[in-house]
Design a protein around this ligand. Sequence first.
Ligand SMILES: [Zn+2]
Length: 174
Amino acid sequence: MPAVSLPSAIAGAIARHALAERPNEACGVIVGSAPAADGGTARRYVACRNAAASPSRYLVHPDDLLAVLADLDRAGGELWGVVHSHPLTPAVPSAADIAEATWPSAVHVLVSPADAGGPPVIRAWRIAGGQAFELALTVEAAGDAPGANAGGACRDTPDGGAGAEARARLRGAP
Ligand SMILES: [Zn+2]
C-alpha cells in the first residue's frame, strides 16, 4: 500500500476543523510541494467553506477554491490533497465521494470526528477510475509538544471489521 505522511500540525488542524463544523461536513485542501501522486510533501491545510452545508455531502466553496488556486499561482505550491469530514460515518469514501472525485493526483483525506466517541480518525485515500484505494497514513510529530497531534489519530487499527468490509465493497463497486 503506498504511503503518505502528514505533519502533526496539519492533522491537528484538520481534526479541529472537522469538530468545529459538526453536524455538517467540513472540507478544505492541503497545499504541498507537488501533488501527492508525484511525491510531494504536505505543507499546510487550508480550511474552506462547505457550500453544500450538509452532514452528508461537501462541495468546496468555489470562491475558496479559486482563492487557493490563485495563491498557488502567486506563491507556488500544488494541490496536494482534498480533505473532508464524515461527521456520522467512518472516514471511508462514500459512493458519491468516489463518483464525484476530482484531482486524481491528489490524496483524498477523510476525517471522522466521531468514531466511537474517541479522537478524530484520519485516513487517506486515492480515488481513481471509480475506485478508492486506502493509503498508509503516517502523522509526523514535528517537534511539537507530546500530545499535540492527539487530534491526528494516526490510524493504526487492525485491518478488519467494518472498514475492511467497506473497502471490499468499494473495490467491488462498478
Ligand atoms: Zn464523503
